[in-house]
Design a protein around this ligand. Structure first.
Ligand SMILES: [Zn+2]
Length: 75
């Protein structure tokens, strides 16, 4: 199933862009240790503050962001 990038103004989708990677927007993990929850919460916040996502984009369970929006070495 093709996935679309949820970043505002970006129309990349898997299948069409063969050499792009698509990353899932991290979710906050709540069913594990408290420490893990904080870690995932911060990671998600960082993603959302660095990326301009389409409204509601990050809420979708299959939200993806393509490799265009990443600086190499940072994930
Ligand atoms: Zn994109």
């Amino acid at each position: 199933m093709p996935v679309c990038c949820v970043v505002y103004g970006c129309s990349n989708r898997s299948g069409r862009e063969k050499n792009k990677r698509f990353y899932r927007v991290p979710k906050v993990v709540v069913h594990k240790a408290e420490q893990f929850k904080k870690l995932t919460e911060e990671r998600r916040k960082k993603w959302l503050s660095n990326l301009h996502l389409r409204s509601g984009g990050a809420e979708s369970s299959n939200a993806r962001v393509c490799s265009d929006h990443f600086i190499r070495g940072i994930s």
